[in-house]
Ligand binder design. Structure first.
Ligand SMILES: [Zn+2]
Length: 233
């Protein structure tokens, strides 16, 4: 994919955040990584979604973290995105928002339990919660440490099977094999957070769905034996 095409895709995904009710003001950003894993394209900092154009996107070198193209400053969360790309080799798109229901779980410091099949279609098991950042981590290189606690949480988790996380007291980051895919995982994450919230409100004793049901739903959409959809893959 050319850099111009990637800018267009990342711009579209950022605009879709607003259309899908996932952001307030400019609290959200999507990035994409080129196929050579050399350059990250990300939303500029503080620019309204309605006026975003592909040419406003900022290009950052993955290795050095330096801006290589663009008239604007990159999103202030760019260093967190870079940390995630460097650690997760199959990830080519990242979305971060402060979407309401996902943030409620992050602020309550609760993982999102897999209560049913909607959840299992997108996430294999609960959507995990990171530890809280320390005072020192917040003071120095805050955004890098935000990326670091995410990577730390996935030490024994597969980021492909669980394409999202809640940063404690902050909010969700999701990822995927493209910018649009990471956006779709954010849409799914907000929906399952809302459903889990309502489920636990109706019945605080409700238990996660049984493993055999969750496995059925996850593996009919993902992996070598998937059969959901039109079979084009
Ligand atoms: Zn944030």
């Amino acid at each position: 994919m050319s850099l111009d095409k990637l800018k267009k895709q990342v711009c579209e995904a950022n605009k879709a955040l607003e259309r899908n009710g996932l952001v307030t003001l400019t609290w959200g950003n999507v990035s994409g990584l080129g196929p050579a894993r050399k350059y990250m394209v990300i939303k500029p900092s503080g620019v309204a979604y309605a006026v975003l154009k592909p040419s406003d996107m900022v290009v950052v070198d993955l290795k050095s973290g330096k801006k290589v193209e663009g008239k604007n400053n990159p999103s202030s969360d760019a260093p967190a995105h870079l940390v995630i790309y460097r650690a997760f080799g199959d990830v080519y798109g990242i979305t971060h928002t402060h979407s309401t229901f996902a943030v409620m779980f992050a602020q309550a410091q609760l993982a999102i339990p897999a209560m049913g099949t909607t959840h299992a279609d997108h996430f294999y098991g609960e959507v995990p919660l990171t530890r809280a950042l320390t005072k020192k981590e917040v003071k120095d290189a805050y955004e890098i440490h935000t990326g670091n606690v995410i990577v730390e949480r996935f030490k024994s988790l597969d980021p492909v099977a669980v394409p999202g996380v809640l940063v404690a007291n902050h909010g969700p980051f999701t990822w995927g094999h493209s910018a649009i895919d990471s956006l779709n995982n954010t849409i799914a994450l907000e929906a399952v957070a809302k459903m889990a919230f309502g489920t636990l409100l109706l019945n605080p004793g409700a238990k996660p769905a049984p493993g055999y049901l969750l496995n059925k739903h996850y593996f009919r959409k993902h992996g070598p034996n998937a059969y959901y959809g039109q079979g084009s893959k």
